[in-house]
Design a protein around this ligand. Sequence first.
Ligand SMILES: [Zn+2]
Length: 279
Amino acid sequence: MKRFGRICMVEAKKWNIVFFLIPLLLVACATSPLGRRQIVLLSEGKMNEMGAQSFEELKAKTPIERDPKINQYVQCVVAPIMEAAKGRVSVQKWEVVVFKDPSANAFALPGGKIGVHTGILPVAKTQAQLAAVLGHEVGHVMAQHGNERVSQGQLASILLGAADVAVKDMSDTQKKLLMTGLGVGVQFGALLPFGRTQESEADLIGLDLMAKAGFDPGESVELWKNMAAASGGKSPPEWMSTHPSSDSRIANLRSHIPEHRADYLRVVQSGRVPRCTLN
Ligand SMILES: [Zn+2]
């Protein structure tokens, strides 16, 4: 990567795609919420648009859970997380859909789209554990990890070549790459899972959101223990199949939980702790 002032350029062999990038004026360096330099090639508006379009496609293809109890429970957990994220991500209104899917998964897409699989509910056994899942996923959006991922190499050339093509007009291969880039890999084949750095960043942003939302950040550790137990000998769900082993992930979370205690206790003392229940 070469830097030209505040502009980041991809390496020389990618000059052919730079031709497409310059008119977009989006070949830019960004800084993640945790201070890491990143390359994000697409505008936030474009990412939001792609996230929203992909979400519509998913809703059309995947059965939706309509049980009001389940939906109210998920909304109850999401609401304070959204409140904690307010002003830190360019989303005015979040849309939350519970999908009837037995895999223990959830995702958040740019543009404020959150998908929760019914299969995550038996694994994230408490409201705070579900908050840990959602905080992590919203963390990926806040840190523009989807943008960073679709900006990588070949994926960028394909998507930027197709930047003016609506999702519905893309080829199946382009769609698959886009969905994976946005973080819906489990549905379409995990070609490029989020990397270790992105996962650990999302974990730490998730802790912050949880604590500020009034969920015990310590429950994130219990969630990952449950995830490890649930995956047993089988291949783990996409979002835990990336590099950090559950042991190193748990160790990382444990070392950072104390930083978030004060935020959590402040909410406890104010009496605003969420009370979400499935029953
Ligand atoms: Zn993740």
